[in-house]
Design a protein around this ligand. Structure first.
Ligand code: ACO
Length: 359
C-alpha cells in the first residue's frame, strides 16, 4: 500500500513532465520558459487538445470557437439559472458547470474550456449584487474574462499576464485533480463529469485552494518585521504554511518564478511584492530550521495569489481562475485516458474485523 499513491506510476502521458529534482516542467514538448509569456490560452488549448479531438478547430478558428462557447454559456446558463448565492464562488462555478450536458464531443470540450471564464465573473458579480456582463467575441479568452469581471476592456499587459498564469498552470503531471479527472473519464462518464471531478479535487486547501489563504497570511503578517514571529506562531499551532511544499518538487517550483516575472511585467504594487518576498524568505528559513530532512520550497500558489490579486480577482475566486487554466489539462488527460487507458480500479487491503466463525 502506498499512502497517497506516492511514487506510484498510473499513466503514460504525452502531456507534461514534472522533474521534481531539477525543478523543470515540460508541457507538450516545450519547457515552461519557452511557453510563459509567449503563448495564449487559445494556442495552449490547441497544442494540448488538438491531437485528442479530431474535430478541434484550426488554430486561427479557435478564438472564435471559444468566443461562441462563451456566448452560448452566458445565454443558456448564466441568464437562466437561479443560483443559491450563499455558496462560495468555486461551488457556484461547479454547480453551473454541472448544467452543461455531458458528452465527449469537441463542442462539449469548448464549452468546458469557456465555462470558468464566463461563470467566475458572473458569480462574483451576482454575489456582489451586480448584473453579469455579457462576453465580447472580439476579445481573447483571457481579456474577455477580465472584461466580464470589471466591465472594462483590459490593457494588453493585463491580458498577457492572465494568459501567462493560465498556461503556467495548464498541466502538471498526475496531480490530484488531474488524476481525479482521469479516474472519472476511465468510466466513460463524459467530459463534464471528468471536469467536475477535477474542480472538486482542486478546491481543497492542500491543492488549488491554497492561494486564497496566502493572501490572508500576507494580510495578517502586514509587515516584514512581523513575518518571523507570525510564521513561527502558525507552525507552533500545527498549521501548514500555504504556498510552500510540494509532493514532487524537492527544489523551487519553476512556476513560482514564471508568475513572479509576470507580476513584475505587470508593474503591480511593488510594496506588496516586497512584503511577499520578505515573508517568503522568512518562511523558507524557518521551514529549513524546523524540517531539515524535508526540502520545503515555494510552490506555484504563493505567487499565484499575488498575480491574481494584482489582476483584480478576489481571493475567494482564485481557485476558479486556477480551474480556468487547468481545465485544458483535465480535458486532455481525460481524452488520453479514454484513448489508451483501462478503467481505473486499484485495490485495497482490508484491515477491519472478520466475521466470527460459526459456533
Ligand atoms: N508548512 C509546514 N509544514 C509542511 C508544509 C508546509 N507548507 N508542507 C509539508 N510540511 C511538512 C509536513 O507537516 C510533514 O511534516 P512531518 O513529517 O513532521 O509530519 C512533512 O513536511 C511532509 O509533508 P507531507 O504532507 O508528507 O508532504 P506531501 O507531499 O504529502 O504534501 C503538500 C505536499 C500537500 C503540498 C504540502 O506541502 C502542503 O500541505 N503545503 C501547503 C498547502 C499548499 O501550498 N498547497 C499547494 C500545493 S501546489 C498545488 O497543488 C497546485
Amino acid at each position: 500500500m502506498s499512502n497517497g499513491l506516492e511514487n506510484i506510476v498510473a499513466a503514460h502521458t504525452v502531456l507534461s513532465d514534472v522533474d521534481g529534482a531539477a525543478g523543470r516542467l515540460i508541457i507538450c514538448g516545450h519547457s515552461l520558459d519557452e511557453l510563459a509569456g509567449r503563448t495564449s490560452f487559445e494556442q495552449m488549448a490547441g497544442r494540448m487538445l488538438g491531437g485528442f479531438l479530431p474535430d478541434w478547430p484550426a488554430p486561427d478558428a479557435v478564438p472564435a470557437a471559444l468566443a461562441a462557447a462563451r456566448r452560448d454559456l452566458f445565454e443558456t446558463i448564466v441568464q437562466t439559472a437561479s443560483l443559491p448565492l450563499r455558496l462560495g464562488p468555486v461551488e457556484l462555478v461547479r454547480a453551473l458547470t454541472a448544467l452543461i450536458p455531458d458528452g465527449e464531443s469537441v463542442e462539449t470540450a469548448l464549452k468546458l474550456l469557456a465555462a470558468p471564464a464566463v461563470f467566475t465573473p458572473a458569480v462574483l458579480r451576482l454575489r456582489a449584487g451586480l448584473e453579469p456582463i455579457a462576453p465580447d467575441a472580439t476579445l481573447s479568452q483571457a481579456a474577455d474574462t477580465l472584461h466580464m469581471l470589471t466591465g472594462t476592456t483590459p490593457g494588453p499587459q493585463q491580458a498577457a499576464a492572465l494568459d501567462t498564469y493560465l498556461i503556467t498552470v495548464a498541466d502538471h503531471g498526475l496531480n490530484a485533480s488531474t488524476f481525479a479527472a482521469r479516474v472519472v473519464a476511465s468510466t466513460r462518464a463524459g467530459l463534464v463529469s471528468a471536469v467536475l471531478a477535477g474542480i472538486s479535487a482542486l478546491k481543497g486547501p492542500l491543492h488549488g485552494g491554497a492561494p486564497g489563504p496566502v493572501i490572508e497570511m500576507l494580510d495578517a503578517i502586514g509587515s516584514a518585521q512581523n513575518a518571523r514571529p507570525w510564521l513561527e506562531a502558525a507552525l507552533d499551532r500545527g498549521d501548514r504554511l500555504m504556498g510552500f511544499g510540494h509532493r514532487i518538487y524537492r527544489v523551487r517550483d519553476p512556476r513560482a518564478d514564471a508568475l513572479k516575472g509576470a507580476i513584475r511585467e505587470l508593474g503591480a504594487d511593488t510594496g506588496r511584492l516586497v512584503l511577499a518576498e520578505a515573508v517568503e524568505q522568512a518562511a523558507l528559513a524557518i521551514l529549513r530550521e524546523r524540517k531539515p530532512d524535508r526540502t520545503l520550497e515555494t510552490n506555484v500558489e504563493f505567487y499565484t495569489a499575488l498575480l491574481l490579486e494584482a489582476l483584480g480577482f478576489p481571493p475567494e475566486a482564485f481557485t476558479c481562475v486556477f480551474a480556468l487554466g487547468r481545465t485544458t489539462g483535465w480535458l486532455a488527460h481525460a481524452r488520453e485516458q479514454i484513448a489508451g487507458g483501462k478503467l481505473v480500479r486499484p485495490q485495497s487491503v482490508y484491515v477491519g474485523p472478520r466475521p466470527q466463525a460459526a459456533a
